[in-house]
Design a protein around this ligand. Sequence first.
Ligand code: 1HN
Length: 366
Amino acid sequence: MTTHVDTELQELYRDLDAVDLQPLWTITEQLLTPTPRPRSVPWLWSAATMKPLARRAIRLVPVERGGERRVLSLRNPGLGGLPYAVGTLWGAMQCLGGNETAPAHRHSPGAIRFVLEGEGVYTTVNGDACDMHPGDLVLTPSMNWHDHVNSGDGEMFWFDGLDLPMVAALDSIFFEPYPGPGENQPEPAEHNASEQAYAGGTRYADGAVTDALSPTHSKLMIYRWADTRAQLDRLAAASDEPLLSVEYADPETGASVMPTLACSAQRIRGRSLPVRHTGNAVHVVFSGHGSSVIEGQRFDWGPGDMFAVPSWAAAEHHSDESAEVFVLSDAPVLRALGLYREETLPAAQTVTSVFTPRSDRTEETQ
Ligand code: 1HN
């Protein structure tokens, strides 16, 4: 039986709705969850799936002004069609065929490149041509001109990570094509100027950076894999831990490489305890095979695979080899805002399911 009060209440809700007002008390539990509820889900994109598709794109799709880049974005199925790997991070595979160039432009989102395979490409960052080799990290910070030139005959693949979802959420996207002359920046006589300038500085922190957060970005634009691997070797020799991590650091400030993005390299040799922390991450496997258990789901991985670890998801990593994984995260933002929290769980998770990459599922149904 509908009472007078019920009828009045329904009228109240209808009238609120009609004038674009939302009563908080009906949505409090949705808004204030006890712990983070990211919309993105743990997910993996395998190299075996991505590379043949990237090769088809090299054959069929030219890189031109307008489209700008041949990039296959990791589209997390939890995000309702948004082309983001996790809520705060863009992740993608980019490829260039032999002798192709991607035109110069600049934009407010900052980007990093982690090279997977191939030789011959250099990325010019504000006039500094940075030669790219597998395992190298290249920075193209906010509003720095950048273009990619493949001076060789072979194809090249790399991981792109951007803070684009954060910059978009802050309604601060700007983009400019290079004004010329030509679509690319002039090639300087000498390459790798920033590498020469910062050769001696401290470029890695054990674990994570602890220095003051910096509103600027590193002026060292390229971090070489040989240096990164040497840092992991040094830690590995001094510790029995199953998971070792170094964070790439700004040689001038000791802070993360960009105000919004943290880059780390991990060595996994054994099984780590599950850890959950606030902030999203994308992991890119560089070498070795292993598996990660994320919220009870097991993800098996090998070189070139990429996987998403959403905020507060418990994740443990395992390898019987000595695997190396590059990790991109939004940690500097969480730290700057006082929102960073981390928790190590006391025991391994129970595996409740094993993730099957999409391509395998398609084969099953064919
Ligand atoms: C971009 O400029 C690049 O310069 C790669 O290589 C990926 C994804 C979204 C927006 C801009 C690049 C990008 C991007």
